[in-house]
Design a protein around this ligand. Structure first.
Ligand code: FAD
Length: 262
């Protein structure tokens, strides 16, 4: 398999840096080809701006999605963005790796998504009719590829449990797993999360590394999160609401968007 790791941590000697090396070593030991986009090392620019659209007329008002569509269709997006898109098309599997900062990904990684996920590439594709609502949520350019998160968190696992004060980790990661990965077509694997890492000792590092190695060894076979696909009957088009009573009894919130595991 070809695996792309998009890695967001400013310090190479960090725990995240060490875990990235563990992941790369294990994937390569399994015979996979690995590329890493190290966003801080690349000086990745995180904010979307006019400079993303070099062919846009100087005097025209910037409408980001329109400019993005035109830039993408004309092959006129900036080189850094095109290079990341090419890597996404190359990879069978995408890993986003980051420390949890304020309950989500660091800004540099969010900015990678904002800029690389161009209109016509990751969204705004496919037919809109009374039967389909575009190619998204399980369909799209990245369909057929796997994706997963590697996340480190200072908080305890209990703090992220169903009744934990931080909110359930699956809910916090839903906008990334469902909104950023499943949306353009990825099959999404359960995330790898390492909790309570801020004072991790050597024994703790060995335990986390061993768990991560196991996830890397099984990356091609791990059962995905069974998110419901949009255009296959579970949702009413165009309101995009889940049809009544498809959810498991008592299920509420984000979990209703998961169906039966295959
Ligand atoms: P580091 O600081 O690099 O290392 C953590 C520990 O691992 C250190 O004690 C280090 O010695 C040890 N370690 C053990 N083995 C190794 C090794 N081989 N290599 C390197 N280090 C090793 N947490 C939450 O739960 N929720 C939040 O919303 C949240 N928001 C945050 C916001 C900000 C701005 C910041 C700075 C932190 C936040 N945190 C939050 C905590 C954050 O998630 C953790 O600090 C982070 O995940 C730790 O990862 P790191 O790579 O930076 O670890």
């Amino acid at each position: 398999m070809k695996v792309l790791i998009v890695y967001a941590h400013p310090e190479p000697k960090s725990l995240n840096g060490a875990l990235r090396d563990v992941a790369v070593q294990e994937l390569e030991a399994q015979g996979h080809e690995v590329r890493v986009s190290d966003l801080y090392a690349m000086n990745w620019r995180s904010e979307v701006s006019r400079s993303d659209f070099p062919t846009l007329d100087q005097d025209s008002r910037l409408r980001v999605a329109n400019a993005s569509t035109q830039g993408f269709n004309a092959n006129a997006l900036t080189e850094d963005v095109q290079a990341e898109q090419e890597k996404l098309l190359w990879a069978d599997t995408l890993i986003l790796q980051f420390p949890l900062w304020w309950f989500t990904m660091p800004a540099i990684l969010k900015g990678w998504v904002d800029r690389v996920y161009a209109c016509g590439f990751a969204y705004g594709t496919g037919e809109h009719s009374d039967k389909r609502w575009g190619d998204r949520y399980g369909e799209g350019k990245l369909e057929g590829k796997r994706a997963m998160l590697i996340v480190t968190a200072g908080g305890w696992e209990e703090h992220y449990s169903a009744r934990g004060i931080n909110g359930p980790i699956d809910d916090l990661l839903f906008p990334i797993n469902h909104g950023i990965l499943f949306y353009p077509g990825y099959t999404v694997l359960p995330p790898f999360v390492a909790y309570r890492v801020d004072r991790l000792d050597d024994a703790g590092f060995l335990a986390v590394s061993s768990r991560l190695r196991e996830r890397m060894r099984t990356i091609a076979t791990t059962a995905p999160i069974p998110y419901r696909r949009q255009n296959f009957g579970d949702y009413v088009i165009p309101t995009m609401q889940l049809r009544p009573e498809l959810e498991a009894p008592g299920a509420t919130g984000f979990s209703i968007h998961q169906g039966e595991a295959a």
